[in-house]
Ligand binder design. Structure first.
Ligand code: RNT
Ligand code: ZN
Length: 421
């Protein structure tokens, strides 16, 4: 699309939105503030940097063998840079503890990692203008091989993972301090079992005690915030997951902790959009792992689905931008991995933009008067308002490629870079 055409289309769209009392310039400005956290693990199918052959465990799986996956930190970062260049706006990078840089220090086990093992991530982020988020990695390790970590029966194994999580919380704090932006540290553990468990209560009690011990170590809120992520089931943990929604919802509310909602971690017809307005009444903040569940897999590339739109609407309608952190969490090894980032992040932005452009005042007025046909009709009409022209303009404003032209750009990067790996 030509620049003049994009601008012209935006002016027409702006006038159309103005008819409905919507300020599209304000929506564009608000979208500019939305920093999405790009999960580093889409670059390499959650392999990490600890071992050359690092195999993924913990009941999660990246299926596919599309060529060109990143093989080391330099490639991981180059691929994220490439994706960032194709996504309008300023965004964050979500790093997992599995991605330590041991080049200067030599390998240390998970309970011994320190900020210095992530300094090259911080330096890179500083240089590129990214902010960082962080995650403990309680999977893909011999001490998680039987499926239990923080809830393990063996206190020594529990202690190992407590030490790991607190090592990670210190790293997160240092990331936030150096980058001057609170680093969101997420705790997700795979603990659960394939078949019937007769000691559900025991593991949950263990997990609660482990978390209590972890949070005894105080950190600075300005530099890092903790969040806890539930799940319904995983591969090999079909019958029981220790960290269920009730568990973490209860823990988060009782202890004033941020709760992570991953869109792929609930029953197939259960949606996280409807949880936002409840959870925000009781928990301080929400971290989102925006994903797309398809049958057993909770981690397909994010698309502009009805649920994604509903999620963005709920956040905008609740005026909760400041209390909801948006991260992505999916891993698709069957398509170009950089393309996976760009499609998913742009989809998330589009959903938020559509929500920001919603004729909410009119919709609320209809609802207040019980005019439910009118509400339904306007919601339906709003779907076809020219939001895409506004998004194109937003891309142009941010010097990002407009529309499907990014496909050719990714193809070129594939030809020049990833296909040679
Ligand atoms: C797993 C959780 C978790 C992971 C990442 C890699 O089901 O969603 O967030 O995807 O930590
Ligand atoms: Zn997740």
């Amino acid at each position: 699309m030509k620049e003049a055409q994009i601008k012209q289309a935006y002016e027409v769209a702006k006038a159309r939105y103005a008819e409905l009392g919507i300020d599209s310039d304000a929506a564009v400005a608000k979208l500019q503030d939305l920093s999405i956290s790009l999960h580093c693990w889409q670059t390499d199918d959650v392999t990490g940097t600890e071992k050359a052959d690092g195999s993924l465990t913990g009941g999660i799986q990246a299926t596919g063998n599309y060529p060109g996956k990143a093989r080391n930190l330099a490639e991981i970062r180059a691929d994220i840079d490439k994706a960032m260049a194709l996504i309008p706006g300023e965004h964050r990078v979500n790093v997992h503890a599995l991605y330590a840089d041991f080049s200067e220090t030599g390998f240390v086990d998970r309970d011994k990692i320190e900020p210095k093992h992530f300094q090259s991530w911080i330096d890179w982020a500083k240089e590129k203008g990214y902010k960082l988020d962080f995650n403990a990695t309680c999977f893909s390790h011999e001490k998680s091989a039987d499926g239990f970590t923080l809830s393990h029966r063996d206190p020594a194994i529990r202690q190992f993972w407590i030490d790991h999580v607190n090592a990670c919380r210190k790293i997160a704090e240092e990331m936030g301090r150096q980058l001057n932006s609170a680093c969101i540290h997420n705790i997700w553990i795979p603990d659960g079992s394939k078949d019937l468990t007769v000691d559900r209560a025991l593991y949950r009690k263990n997990l609660k005690e482990s978390l209590d011990k972890i949070f005894e170590m105080k950190t600075n809120d300005d530099y890092m915030r903790d969040c806890i992520e539930c799940k319904l089931f995983g591969i090999g943990s079909e019958s029981y997951v220790v960290g269920s929604h009730e568990f973490y919802m209860g823990y988060g509310v009782a202890n004033n902790k941020m709760v992570t909602l991953d869109s792929g971690h609930f029953h197939p017809t259960e949606v996280i959009s409807d949880k936002i307005s409840s959870l925000l009444l009781f928990a301080p903040e929400i971290m989102l792992h925006v994903s797309r569940g398809v049958r057993w897999d909770s981690d397909h590339v994010v698309l502009l689905t009805d649920e994604l739109q509903a999620l963005a609407q709920e956040i905008v309608r609740a005026d909760a931008f400041d209390r909801v952190h948006v991260g992505l969490d999916y891993f698709d090894a069957s398509i170009n991995r950089i393309g996976a980032y760009v499609v998913g992040t742009r989809a998330a932005q589009k959903a938020f933009l559509m929500a920001l452009l919603e004729p909410i005042a009119q919709l609320r007025a209809f609802e207040a008067k019980g005019q439910n046909f009118e509400r339904l009709a306007l919601l339906e009409e709003a779907k076809a308002l020219p939001w895409a022209d506004v998004y194109n303009y937003f891309c142009l404003k941010n010097n990002a490629i407009v529309g499907e032209a990014y496909i050719a750009d990714i193809q070129k990067y594939e030809a020049d870079v990833t296909s040679k790996r």
